[in-house]
Design a protein around this ligand. Structure first.
Ligand code: ZN
Ligand code: ZN
Length: 143
């Protein structure tokens, strides 16, 4: 049978669509077998895999909060909290919720501090653009 949508020879479902098209129409991630909703072509977690330059692979089963905490500890300081959350297939809020549930306020605080530090850096770099580099710093007299 030909798929009614992409016109390729493939097994089709009752609507006449191949599995790829059926997944697309159902709003599922394009990665075969992935049951996550898609955002663009892929789900968040497969997008994260692609962003990391990895070969797309089936998603690992959801991490338990304890595993999540271990991952956060490992990733802390290497990336922004939003990116860390995305790597773990979470939004930042849902990550915070999981950590709170297992009483890891320390990790939430660390992530929040990281967010503030990032905002600070951004503000400084913006000021740098407005006022130009500090001439004293340019001569290396100020550490
Ligand atoms: Zn098709
Ligand atoms: Zn996916």
């Amino acid at each position: 049978m030909r798929c009614a949508r992409c016109n390729q020879y493939a097994p089709v479902n009752s609507d006449g669509h191949c599995t790829t098209c059926a997944r697309k129409l159902a709003g599922l991630c394009a990665f075969d077998g992935c049951t996550e909703p898609r955002h663009g072509r892929l789900c968040w977690r497969h997008q994260a895999q692609r962003q990391r330059g990895e070969v797309l692979r089936p998603l690992e089963p959801n991490l338990t909060p304890a595993e999540l905490a271990a991952e956060v500890e490992w990733l802390l300081g290497t990336d922004s909290p939003d990116h860390i959350a995305a790597r773990l297939g979470r939004s930042r809020d849902s990550l915070y919720r999981s950590l709170r549930r297992i009483g890891r306020r320390d990790l939430i605080d660390a992530l929040a501090a990281e967010t503030m530090r990032a905002a600070e850096l951004m503000r400084e770099s913006r000021m740098g653009q407005v006022f130009g580099p500090d001439p004293r710093k340019a001569h290396g007299r100020v550490a």
